[in-house]
Design a binder for this molecule. Structure first.
Ligand code: KIV
Length: 280
Protein backbone atom coordinates (compact mmCIF):
# COMPACT_ATOMS: atom_id res chain seq x y z
CA UNK A 1 0.00 0.00 0.00
CA UNK A 2 2.95 2.35 -0.34
CA UNK A 3 3.68 5.48 -2.38
CA UNK A 4 2.24 5.10 -5.87
CA UNK A 5 -0.77 3.09 -4.83
CA UNK A 6 -4.19 4.72 -5.14
CA UNK A 7 -5.45 3.67 -1.69
CA UNK A 8 -3.37 5.33 0.96
CA UNK A 9 -0.68 7.35 -0.75
CA UNK A 10 0.16 10.93 0.02
CA UNK A 11 -1.47 13.58 -2.12
CA UNK A 12 0.42 16.82 -2.74
CA UNK A 13 -2.63 19.09 -2.45
CA UNK A 14 -4.53 17.95 0.61
CA UNK A 15 -1.99 15.97 2.60
CA UNK A 16 -1.85 12.25 3.07
CA UNK A 17 -5.04 10.26 2.90
CA UNK A 18 -5.67 8.30 6.08
CA UNK A 19 -5.39 4.53 5.74
CA UNK A 20 -8.65 2.87 6.72
CA UNK A 21 -9.88 -0.71 7.04
CA UNK A 22 -11.22 -0.66 3.49
CA UNK A 23 -7.69 0.00 2.23
CA UNK A 24 -6.55 -3.26 3.82
CA UNK A 25 -9.35 -5.06 1.99
CA UNK A 26 -8.60 -3.30 -1.30
CA UNK A 27 -4.90 -4.08 -0.97
CA UNK A 28 -5.66 -7.79 -0.67
CA UNK A 29 -8.00 -7.66 -3.64
CA UNK A 30 -5.42 -5.85 -5.77
CA UNK A 31 -2.36 -7.79 -4.60
CA UNK A 32 -0.69 -4.74 -3.03
CA UNK A 33 1.44 -5.65 -0.01
CA UNK A 34 0.54 -4.03 3.32
CA UNK A 35 3.39 -2.88 5.62
CA UNK A 36 3.33 -2.49 9.39
CA UNK A 37 5.84 -1.76 12.15
CA UNK A 38 5.45 -1.51 15.88
CA UNK A 39 5.92 1.92 17.42
CA UNK A 40 5.74 3.05 21.04
CA UNK A 41 6.50 6.79 20.86
CA UNK A 42 5.82 9.92 18.87
CA UNK A 43 9.27 10.25 17.27
CA UNK A 44 9.40 6.84 15.60
CA UNK A 45 5.69 7.08 14.78
CA UNK A 46 6.28 10.27 12.78
CA UNK A 47 9.29 8.81 10.95
CA UNK A 48 7.49 5.58 10.02
CA UNK A 49 4.34 7.46 9.00
CA UNK A 50 6.28 9.81 6.73
CA UNK A 51 8.13 6.81 5.25
CA UNK A 52 4.78 5.41 4.11
CA UNK A 53 4.36 2.49 6.51
CA UNK A 54 0.66 1.61 6.30
CA UNK A 55 -0.06 0.74 9.90
CA UNK A 56 1.63 1.12 13.27
CA UNK A 57 0.99 -1.38 16.04
CA UNK A 58 1.44 -0.13 19.57
CA UNK A 59 2.23 -3.67 20.64
CA UNK A 60 2.38 -5.13 24.11
CA UNK A 61 5.93 -5.88 22.95
CA UNK A 62 6.44 -2.49 24.63
CA UNK A 63 6.85 -4.76 27.66
CA UNK A 64 10.22 -6.04 26.41
CA UNK A 65 11.19 -2.97 24.43
CA UNK A 66 10.20 0.02 26.55
CA UNK A 67 8.96 -1.00 29.99
CA UNK A 68 11.78 -3.32 31.04
CA UNK A 69 9.84 -6.59 31.47
CA UNK A 70 11.10 -9.97 30.28
CA UNK A 71 7.82 -10.87 28.55
CA UNK A 72 4.61 -9.16 27.50
CA UNK A 73 2.62 -10.72 30.36
CA UNK A 74 2.97 -7.97 32.98
CA UNK A 75 1.94 -5.16 30.59
CA UNK A 76 -1.24 -3.31 31.59
CA UNK A 77 -3.81 -1.20 29.77
CA UNK A 78 -2.77 1.82 31.85
CA UNK A 79 0.83 1.41 30.65
CA UNK A 80 -0.11 1.11 26.97
CA UNK A 81 -2.59 3.99 26.86
CA UNK A 82 -0.06 6.86 27.00
CA UNK A 83 2.19 5.12 24.45
CA UNK A 84 -0.73 4.58 22.08
CA UNK A 85 -1.85 8.19 22.49
CA UNK A 86 1.65 9.40 21.59
CA UNK A 87 1.72 7.28 18.43
CA UNK A 88 -1.82 8.13 17.32
CA UNK A 89 -1.16 11.83 17.89
CA UNK A 90 1.96 11.80 15.71
CA UNK A 91 0.69 10.19 12.51
CA UNK A 92 -1.19 11.70 9.59
CA UNK A 93 -1.58 8.74 7.25
CA UNK A 94 -0.82 5.48 9.08
CA UNK A 95 -3.56 3.36 10.64
CA UNK A 96 -2.86 2.91 14.36
CA UNK A 97 -3.66 -0.38 16.08
CA UNK A 98 -3.77 -0.62 19.89
CA UNK A 99 -2.74 -3.99 21.31
CA UNK A 100 -4.95 -5.33 24.11
CA UNK A 101 -2.63 -6.73 26.81
CA UNK A 102 -2.89 -10.02 28.68
CA UNK A 103 -5.61 -9.92 31.32
CA UNK A 104 -7.70 -7.25 29.61
CA UNK A 105 -10.08 -9.41 27.53
CA UNK A 106 -9.87 -13.10 28.46
CA UNK A 107 -12.79 -13.07 30.94
CA UNK A 108 -15.35 -12.49 28.25
CA UNK A 109 -16.93 -10.28 25.65
CA UNK A 110 -17.95 -7.46 28.02
CA UNK A 111 -14.46 -7.14 29.50
CA UNK A 112 -13.02 -7.12 25.98
CA UNK A 113 -15.44 -4.40 24.88
CA UNK A 114 -14.65 -2.31 27.96
CA UNK A 115 -10.91 -2.47 27.18
CA UNK A 116 -11.40 -1.73 23.49
CA UNK A 117 -13.60 1.28 24.30
CA UNK A 118 -10.92 2.64 26.66
CA UNK A 119 -8.30 2.46 23.91
CA UNK A 120 -10.58 4.12 21.37
CA UNK A 121 -11.73 6.92 23.71
CA UNK A 122 -8.44 7.63 25.44
CA UNK A 123 -5.82 7.25 22.68
CA UNK A 124 -7.13 8.08 19.21
CA UNK A 125 -6.19 4.62 17.89
CA UNK A 126 -8.12 3.37 14.87
CA UNK A 127 -8.46 -0.31 15.82
CA UNK A 128 -7.54 -2.83 18.49
CA UNK A 129 -5.69 -6.15 18.28
CA UNK A 130 -6.13 -9.17 20.49
CA UNK A 131 -4.67 -12.67 20.51
CA UNK A 132 -6.45 -15.97 19.95
CA UNK A 133 -8.53 -17.68 17.27
CA UNK A 134 -11.53 -19.81 18.20
CA UNK A 135 -11.00 -19.02 21.87
CA UNK A 136 -11.37 -15.26 21.26
CA UNK A 137 -14.17 -15.24 18.70
CA UNK A 138 -16.85 -13.99 21.16
CA UNK A 139 -14.65 -11.10 22.22
CA UNK A 140 -13.89 -10.15 18.60
CA UNK A 141 -17.57 -10.31 17.61
CA UNK A 142 -18.68 -8.10 20.53
CA UNK A 143 -16.05 -5.43 19.84
CA UNK A 144 -16.78 -5.39 16.10
CA UNK A 145 -20.53 -5.14 16.75
CA UNK A 146 -19.80 -1.95 18.66
CA UNK A 147 -18.14 -0.38 15.63
CA UNK A 148 -14.51 -0.92 16.60
CA UNK A 149 -12.28 -2.64 14.00
CA UNK A 150 -10.38 -5.67 15.29
CA UNK A 151 -7.09 -7.07 13.99
CA UNK A 152 -6.86 -10.71 15.11
CA UNK A 153 -3.61 -12.52 15.98
CA UNK A 154 -3.14 -16.29 15.67
CA UNK A 155 -0.28 -18.78 15.36
CA UNK A 156 2.33 -18.10 18.01
CA UNK A 157 0.65 -15.79 20.50
CA UNK A 158 3.22 -14.40 22.97
CA UNK A 159 0.65 -13.87 25.76
CA UNK A 160 0.21 -17.70 25.80
CA UNK A 161 3.93 -18.44 25.79
CA UNK A 162 3.71 -20.73 28.83
CA UNK A 163 0.58 -22.54 27.64
CA UNK A 164 2.20 -23.13 24.24
CA UNK A 165 5.35 -24.49 25.91
CA UNK A 166 7.68 -21.74 24.72
CA UNK A 167 8.54 -19.77 21.63
CA UNK A 168 7.43 -22.49 19.19
CA UNK A 169 6.35 -22.41 15.53
CA UNK A 170 2.60 -23.09 15.25
CA UNK A 171 0.61 -24.85 12.51
CA UNK A 172 3.07 -27.63 11.68
CA UNK A 173 1.71 -31.14 11.00
CA UNK A 174 -1.57 -31.73 12.81
CA UNK A 175 -1.45 -28.17 14.13
CA UNK A 176 -2.41 -26.90 10.67
CA UNK A 177 -6.05 -27.94 11.14
CA UNK A 178 -6.38 -25.88 14.33
CA UNK A 179 -4.64 -22.93 12.71
CA UNK A 180 -7.07 -23.01 9.76
CA UNK A 181 -10.00 -23.27 12.19
CA UNK A 182 -8.65 -20.26 14.11
CA UNK A 183 -8.27 -18.25 10.91
CA UNK A 184 -11.83 -18.98 9.79
CA UNK A 185 -13.17 -18.25 13.31
CA UNK A 186 -11.66 -14.75 13.48
CA UNK A 187 -12.87 -13.90 9.99
CA UNK A 188 -16.40 -15.07 10.85
CA UNK A 189 -16.28 -13.05 14.07
CA UNK A 190 -15.67 -9.91 11.97
CA UNK A 191 -11.93 -9.21 12.22
CA UNK A 192 -10.76 -6.95 9.35
CA UNK A 193 -7.28 -8.55 9.21
CA UNK A 194 -5.34 -11.30 10.95
CA UNK A 195 -1.72 -11.44 12.08
CA UNK A 196 -0.06 -14.85 11.58
CA UNK A 197 2.94 -15.13 13.88
CA UNK A 198 5.64 -17.80 13.43
CA UNK A 199 3.82 -20.23 11.17
CA UNK A 200 5.29 -22.17 8.24
CA UNK A 201 5.15 -20.33 4.92
CA UNK A 202 2.97 -22.94 3.27
CA UNK A 203 0.42 -22.87 6.09
CA UNK A 204 0.31 -19.07 5.78
CA UNK A 205 -0.21 -19.41 2.02
CA UNK A 206 -3.15 -21.77 2.52
CA UNK A 207 -4.75 -19.43 5.07
CA UNK A 208 -4.20 -16.41 2.83
CA UNK A 209 -5.90 -18.19 -0.08
CA UNK A 210 -8.76 -19.41 2.13
CA UNK A 211 -9.60 -16.06 3.79
CA UNK A 212 -11.29 -12.98 2.37
CA UNK A 213 -9.60 -10.74 4.95
CA UNK A 214 -5.91 -9.83 4.62
CA UNK A 215 -3.26 -11.84 6.44
CA UNK A 216 -0.26 -10.09 7.97
CA UNK A 217 2.94 -12.07 8.52
CA UNK A 218 5.24 -11.85 11.52
CA UNK A 219 7.53 -14.72 10.66
CA UNK A 220 4.96 -16.41 8.43
CA UNK A 221 6.83 -16.12 5.13
CA UNK A 222 6.20 -14.27 1.88
CA UNK A 223 2.75 -15.51 0.81
CA UNK A 224 0.66 -13.29 3.10
CA UNK A 225 -1.03 -10.01 2.19
CA UNK A 226 1.28 -7.96 4.38
CA UNK A 227 4.31 -7.93 6.66
CA UNK A 228 4.78 -6.63 10.21
CA UNK A 229 7.96 -6.42 12.32
CA UNK A 230 8.88 -5.19 15.78
CA UNK A 231 10.75 -1.99 14.98
CA UNK A 232 13.54 -2.43 17.53
CA UNK A 233 14.41 -5.85 16.03
CA UNK A 234 14.27 -4.51 12.49
CA UNK A 235 16.43 -1.46 13.28
CA UNK A 236 19.12 -3.35 15.19
CA UNK A 237 18.32 -1.95 18.63
CA UNK A 238 17.24 -5.16 20.37
CA UNK A 239 20.14 -6.73 22.27
CA UNK A 240 20.94 -10.44 21.99
CA UNK A 241 19.36 -13.03 19.77
CA UNK A 242 16.65 -11.94 17.35
CA UNK A 243 14.27 -14.33 15.56
CA UNK A 244 15.32 -15.90 12.24
CA UNK A 245 12.50 -14.15 10.38
CA UNK A 246 13.79 -10.65 11.16
CA UNK A 247 15.88 -8.86 8.55
CA UNK A 248 17.82 -5.98 10.09
CA UNK A 249 17.66 -2.76 8.09
CA UNK A 250 19.88 -0.65 10.36
CA UNK A 251 22.35 -0.92 13.22
CA UNK A 252 20.97 1.65 15.62
CA UNK A 253 22.75 0.07 18.60
CA UNK A 254 26.05 0.61 16.84
CA UNK A 255 25.20 4.16 15.76
CA UNK A 256 23.96 5.26 19.19
CA UNK A 257 26.82 3.52 21.01
CA UNK A 258 29.41 5.25 18.79
CA UNK A 259 27.68 8.63 19.23
CA UNK A 260 27.59 8.23 23.02
CA UNK A 261 31.30 7.34 23.12
CA UNK A 262 32.25 10.27 20.86
CA UNK A 263 30.29 12.72 23.03
CA UNK A 264 31.73 11.29 26.24
CA UNK A 265 35.26 11.75 24.82
CA UNK A 266 34.51 15.31 23.63
CA UNK A 267 33.23 16.28 27.08
CA UNK A 268 36.25 14.70 28.78
CA UNK A 269 38.64 16.51 26.39
CA UNK A 270 36.85 19.87 26.81
CA UNK A 271 35.92 19.93 23.11
CA UNK A 272 32.20 20.02 23.85
CA UNK A 273 30.59 22.49 24.32
CA UNK A 274 32.41 24.79 21.93
CA UNK A 275 31.67 28.50 21.45
CA UNK A 276 29.00 27.64 18.84
CA UNK A 277 27.06 25.70 21.52
CA UNK A 278 27.39 28.39 24.20
CA UNK A 279 25.47 31.64 24.87
CA UNK A 280 27.21 35.06 25.05
O1 KIV B 1 3.14 -6.78 20.51
C1 KIV B 1 3.57 -6.99 19.37
O2 KIV B 1 4.55 -6.40 18.91
C2 KIV B 1 2.87 -7.98 18.56
C3 KIV B 1 3.46 -8.36 17.24
C4 KIV B 1 4.67 -9.19 17.41
C5 KIV B 1 2.44 -9.04 16.39
O3 KIV B 1 1.88 -8.46 18.96
Amino acid sequence: MSEQNPYGGASASDGPKRVRTRHFQNAKRDGIKITGLTSYDQLTARIFDEAGIDFLLVGDSAGNNVLGYETTLPVTVDELIPLTRAVAGAVRRAFVVADMPFGSYESGAEEALHTAVRFMKETGAHAVKLEGGERSHKQIRRIVQSGIPVMAHIGYTPQSEHGLGGHIIQGRGEGLEQLLADAVAVQEAGAFAVVLEMVPSDAARQITERLDIPTISVGAGPHTDGQLLVWTDWAGLTPGRIPKFVKQYADLSGILGAAAQAWQQDVSAGVYPGPEHSYE
